[in-house]
Design a protein around this ligand. Structure first.
Ligand SMILES: NC(=O)c1ccc[n+]([C@@H]2O[C@H](COP(=O)([O-])OP(=O)(O)OC[C@H]3O[C@@H](n4cnc5c(N)ncnc54)[C@H](OP(=O)(O)O)[C@@H]3O)[C@@H](O)[C@H]2O)c1
Length: 367
């Protein structure tokens, strides 16, 4: 295993490094009221920041109004505000920014992105006379609200891509504090680094981890172990989630000290058998593809949108879902029906271009 180099020239913003007064008299428009939008807007308001919401007139807008916010259409919210926080999905932000944000931006205002994706891969061009700030929480929306209220806090990756006002860094620090992101230290990165980290986790670590977990389950079921016990052992018990928390609190290796000597010896002595799995080469290649912008180009293409519907269709048809439904029923757990196939899935499956790839899609999700 290549020795890990400790490259800590990283800029860290300690909890007390922000001046909340920086936001006084500045109106913040939160564009989008979904996972991040709602949590961040509520935290900002609780910290005394003036907040308006920009959203299409629908369920999200109604919820924002129920939460007591002034809700406007996106262009009007942008015109009114000094700080514009873009909290809508990255894949729709490209068009929404061009059509409903950019034309209404005031010179000297600040644009805040919760992901480096669109700026890093050149999908959005920003005017030269606005600040461009990164405020990317490492936490899902509900966690941002819960941990703000408990004071536990959450980590944020932050940065300044463009400092037109000369005060972009102060604004970034004050906003990070105001959403509750400075109850823990915040870490400075570039937009490109944030995007690469986020995508690498989703495209390299995530799938590799998923494949290891699925293979382990398949081996245990093949060996005749009861599926209820296998799925509880492997993830339904949430012991893995707890171990992950211990990793965060005690350290990746040191958390093993919370496990029995038999477990520690077993894991450490058998670990050598998984050294040569070709993971480094595969993961490194995925990182290089991300950094080159290959993924961003692919995901912006029409075929990827079709492919997404198809691979999701096959993923949800994997037999692990059937095993899980049986186990959840046996354990009297609430059924979870979060997925409906795309209405046009049958037509898409007939698409000649999709047909060419169908065998691979099927194989990928054959469990
Ligand atoms: N989810 C996370 O845990 C997480 C963590 C860190 C960073 N981020 C980043 O935070 C940003 C927001 O992500 P999210 O997960 O919060 O998104 P989300 O919950 O999916 O966003 C939903 C919001 O986006 C609006 N929206 C969706 N499509 C739209 C469109 N075409 N035009 C206008 N508004 C649209 C929705 O309103 P309408 O339905 O009315 O359109 C709704 O208000 C992204 O940059 C993401 O990368 C997310």
């Amino acid at each position: 295993m290549t020795a890990l180099k400790n490259q800590s020239e990283t800029k860290i913003y300690p909890p007390e490094s922000a001046d909340p007064g920086t936001l006084r008299g500045r109106l913040v428009a939160v564009i989008g009221y979904g996972n991040q939008g709602r949590a961040q807007a509520l935290n900002l308001r609780d910290n005394g920041v003036a907040v308006i919401i920009g959203n299409n007139a629908d369920g999200y807008a109604e919820r924002a109004a129920e939460d007591g916010f002034e809700v406007l259409d996106i262009p009007t919210a942008v015109v009114r505000a000094e700080i514009v926080m873009l909290l809508i999905p990255d894949e729709v932000l490209t068009a929404v920014f061009e059509e409903r944000v950019k034309p209404h931006l005031k010179p000297g205002s600040a644009l805040v992105f919760a992901s480096g994706y669109n700026i890093a891969f050149g999908l959005i061009q920003v005017p030269a006379d606005v600040d461009v700030i990164l405020l990317a929480p490492r936490m899902i929306g509900v966690g941002i609200r819960e941990r703000f209220l408990t004071g536990e806090g959450f980590y944020c990756l932050v940065g300044v891509e463009q400092d037109a006002s000369g005060t972009a860094e102060e604004i970034m620090q004050a906003l990070t504090w105001a959403i509750g992101g400075l109850q823990k230290p915040a870490i400075a990165v570039t937009f490109k680094q944030e995007a690469a980290l986020d995508l690498f986790n989703e495209q390299a670590f995530g799938p590799a981890f998923g494949r290891v977990l699925l293979t382990a389950i398949s081996v245990l079921l093949e060996k005749g172990l009861p599926p209820e016990a296998v799925l509880v052992e492997m993830y339904i018990s949430e012991e893995m989630a707890y171990t992950y928390q211990k990793m965060a609190q005690a350290g990746l290796v040191r958390q093993t000290l919370f496990h029995s000597p038999t477990s520690q010896y077993g894991a450490m002595s058998r670990g050598t058998r998984f050294l040569r799995m070709g993971l480094r080469r595969r993961m490194s290649r995925i990182f290089d593809e991300i950094e080159r912008g290959d993924f961003a180009r692919e995901w912006s293409g029409a075929f990827a949108r079709l492919k997404f519907k198809v691979i999701k269709y096959f993923a949800m048809r994997q037999s692990i879902n059937r095993v899980e439904n049986q186990v959840r029923e046996a354990l009297a757990m609430q059924p979870f029906e979060g997925y409906q196939p795309a209405k046009d899935i049958n037509a898409i499956l007939e698409d000649p271009e999709i047909q060419e790839h169908l065998k691979t899609f099927r194989e990928t999700f054959e469990f």
